[in-house]
Design a binder for this molecule. Structure first.
Ligand SMILES: [Zn+2]
Length: 450
């Protein structure tokens, strides 16, 4: 719990300015390419053990060049709060984009101006910064554009955006390849609706249909990413870059019914919506590791890890993640509990996970007594404890049989949230913006609001 307890009190900008030039071969001269494959659950990636179909030959090849984390978890089960945790190294309750989904559309919150983002820090350190995204949940309107010189949002967001995103990114890289850059690459191609037909299999059940449709889109996504990585090699940039591939959350593929729903994401905190792939590749800087790392890590760790790799000081920033550098270098880190929050239903839900237990606190009543139930999805008990060794799918609530462990996990969760409250007091709450009909429509097209 050191990382949560150790909230630092001074807001000081990083002071070490990187010498970001193409002739400098130090770690500070690396480009950073952050690829977010929205909705990609870890257990569909072949390199993570998926065997039913060949879905990810290109990602597997990438992973063989670096390090993959077998137990990486998103800090929220849907796009806005999770991506903001990646970019700020703050949990949703700290960066504040953790409110209920309909408010995101009606009066969009924008990240407090006091919070430093990964893009902003890299820009201050001499990186050119550009993002090619499919918009919607990563719209610049929420503050995602902060620190980017160029923040592109491809309009077609119905799960069919990757070709456009890739072409725009490719063209930008071609024009900027001599500069040191940070590129954020984001796609909803794996997101519903599923639009590709990479496999000819005929599904017999609804679950098979969901599964095959998902795998088809993933196979297509993987092939385009293969071209992307090939293009970087062609330009000689592959070996000069730090490439990170991750997802902001998983996807329900009829694993369980919660409130009558079994597809999509965002509405609960079970592992199928939180466990994501996380791959770091930086030839010559990070040695390949044959086996994936099994230590539990979370997406708030990505930002401090990147800053550490780039030798940019971050020790005086207010963050809640930790650098994974010791693991990337073949060493160890103590197992820390990891946290997730902010499903669609609003800020009160939270989860804490250790290797042994997962605790989900699903309080859905506000202080004024009003139930904050969205999509009527609440089915969990208010406090649920799952024993992950005997019950990895989190089916059986053992909170009443294990009161000591339940109390301990609850205490961890509350401690993290107290830390978040302190951070909010220091860094400020998001500002609410006026109603935005265009954004509302785009979020509706992705299924985030009804
Ligand atoms: Zn997402």
């Amino acid at each position: 719990m050191g990382k949560v307890a150790a909230v630092m009190w001074a807001i000081v900008l990083p002071t070490l300015v990187a010498q970001c030039t193409s002739t400098d071969q130090s770690s500070r001269s690396r480009n950073v390419i952050l690829v977010s494959i929205d909705c990609l659950r870890a257990d569909r990636v072949n390199a993570y053990g998926y065997e039913e179909r060949e879905t990810t030959p290109q990602l597997d090849r990438l992973a063989r060049d670096g390090v993959s984390f077998k137990n990486a978890f998103a800090n929220a089960p849907w796009t806005i709060p999770s991506h903001m945790s990646i970019f700020t190294s703050l949990y949703p309750s700290a960066h504040g984009l953790n409110i209920e989904a309909d408010l995101f559309a009606k009066t969009p919150p924008q990240l407090s101006a006091s919070i430093k983002t990964l893009a902003g820090i890299l820009r201050e350190n001499g990186f050119k910064t550009a993002a090619f995204t499919a918009g919607g949940g990563v719209s610049a309107k929420y503050g995602f554009g902060r620190g980017f010189e160029l923040y592109d949002e491809t309009d077609r967001v119905a799960g069919n955006d990757l070709d456009q995103v890739y072409e725009k990114a490719r063209s930008w890289i071609s024009a900027n390849r001599r500069d040191c850059f940070f590129l954020f690459f984001h796609t909803y191609e794996v997101h519903q609706p599923h639009t590709h037909d990479s496999f000819a299999e005929k599904p017999l059940t609804a679950q098979q249909a969901a599964s095959i449709g998902y795998d088809r889109d993933l196979k297509y996504t993987d092939s385009v990413l293969g071209h992307f990585f090939g293009y970087l090699k062609e330009l000689g940039l592959y070996k000069q870059s730090i490439i990170v591939v991750l997802s902001d959350h998983g996807e329900a593929l009829l694993d369980r019914f919660v409130g009558g729903r079994a597809d999509g994401h965002g509405y609960h905190l079970h592992d199928e919506l939180l466990k994501v792939p996380l791959i770091f590749v930086a030839p010559g800087l990070i040695a390949r590791q044959e086996r994936p790392i099994r230590t539990q890590v979370e997406l708030v760790d990505v930002m401090p890890t990147l800053l550490d790799l780039l030798q940019i000081a971050y020790d005086r920033l207010i963050i809640q993640g930790r650098s994974l550098m010791p693991l990337l270098k073949g060493g160890t880190l103590p197992e820390n509990p990891i946290f997730a929050e902010a499903p669609y239903q609003g800020p009160l839900w939270g989860a804490v996970r250790t290797r042994r237990f997962k605790f989900i606190w699903s309080l859905s009543v506000r202080s004024d007594g009003v139930h904050e139930v969205w999509w009527d999805c609440i089915q969990l008990d208010e406090k649920s404890l799952f024993g992950l060794l005997e019950d990895p799918e989190e089916r059986r609530n053992i909170a009443s049989q294990r009161p000591i462990e339940t109390a301990r996990m609850e205490q961890l969760l509350h401690r993290m949230r107290r830390s978040s409250t302190q951070i909010r007091q220091l860094l400020g709450n998001p500002e609410r913006q006026s109603f935005d009909a265009e954004l509302l429509e785009r979020l509706r097209s992705l299924g985030y609001i009804q």
